[in-house]
Design a protein around this ligand. Structure first.
Ligand code: 2P0
Length: 318
């Protein structure tokens, strides 16, 4: 029987995607930039079913989620797979760390289905498929840095970006909360649009994206870090001023943000970001990551994971 295996890694947004221009096609209001992380991955196996039914298992449990099943149906239709398909997805994330796995899991599922179809698709074409599962998943197709641009269904895909920073960039993931976020991103970014600051934020994302791409090209971590931190704080402000307000960071998250500033004053490269959750991410250089992780642990009693740039989508056909 046909069987295909794919693996993909999570990515951390340095310039955030936080709003759609088309909810059905999952097209973003603004361009975003990310770093794929080696420490967090999803493996996905897809095989033809003997009964003709479609099914998705996540970490061993069969899911009834319409979102997952619709995504499987979408991939099958796009790839011309007519018989039933069983998908088994396993997340290699720290247990209940409260880290979102939708990017790596949707990218891995796209890869596994492409493998099963036997089609030879380009990475941008797979990035488009992954985007239909979850917007940020289109960036997880690539190793290292990836840029996702607006456009239409065909052109809004991610592309890889080369940078000398790949040699020693590191991320300290600070596991502030082990609960999964209360408001899912899909709803959160819809709510954010009610903020009076939202249009300014979208304008800022365009500007931050352009400046961040230049910083990447020049290998300027300090400028990239400053852009990431200000872009994150702008996203948080938009959320805080939405109606009703939406607040992801917690007290410890805010304290870790302060710590990043203190470390910079000590001459240690360290910049703060958060996603749609309470966990904090500190961007640094490889040489400083253990020291930063130790500081976060001793001051806030928060577990950390050190991550480096991760590989892109890998697909194997058996
Ligand atoms: C990002 N986030 O750029 C931003 C920053 C969270 C904060 O993309 O609705 O799970 O499936 O397209 O991709 C999380 O949103 O949302 C996200 P959908 P997704 O990484």
């Amino acid at each position: 029987m046909n069987l295909s295996l794919a693996s993909a890694h999570a990515n951390l947004a340095l310039v955030k995607y936080w709003g759609k221009s088309d909810e059905d096609l999952i097209l973003p209001r603004s361009p975003s930039l990310s770093l794929t992380l080696d420490a967090l991955s999803t493996t996905c196996v897809a095989e033809g079913s003997t009964t003709g039914e479609d099914a998705v298992f996540i970490d061993g449990e069969k899911t009834e989620s319409e979102r997952d099943l619709n995504y499987l149906r979408f991939l099958k239709a796009e790839l011309g797979l007519e018989s039933g398909v069983i998908v088994r997805s396993v997340n290699h994330f720290p247990q209940a760390a409260g880290l979102a796995s939708s990017a790596s899991s949707c990218a891995a599922m796209a890869g596994a289905l492409v493998g099963l179809s036997g089609k030879n698709l380009s990475l941008p074409a797979i990035s488009r498929l992954a985007r239909h599962g979850s917007g940020s998943a289109c960036r997880s197709v690539y190793e290292g840095f990836a840029a996702w641009v607006e456009g239409d269904d065909q052109t809004s895909v991610a592309q890889p970006l080369e940078s000398p920073l790949l040699e020693d960039i590191s991320v300290v993931i600070c596991l502030v909360s082990r609960e999964f976020k209360s408001i899912p991103s899909r709803l959160g970014m819809r709510m954010a649009q009610s903020s009076p600051l939202y249009e300014d934020f979208i304008y800022q994302c365009h500007r931050d994206f352009k400046e961040a791409c230049t910083a990447l090209r020049l290998g300027d971590l300090s400028t990239l870090g400053d852009i990431t931190e200000r872009n994150t704080l702008a996203m948080n402000r938009v959320n805080q001023t939405a109606r009703p307000p939406l607040i992801y960071p917690r007290e410890k998250t805010e304290m870790i943000c302060e710590l990043a500033k203190q470390l910079r004053e000590e001459g240690i490269a360290c910049w703060y970001t958060n996603d749609a959750g309470a966990n904090a991410f500190l961007i640094t250089q490889e040489q400083f990551a253990p020291l930063i992780a130790q500081r976060v642990h001793s001051r806030f009693d928060v577990e950390t994971i050190i991550a480096g740039p991760g590989p892109g989508l890998e697909v194997r056909h058996a």
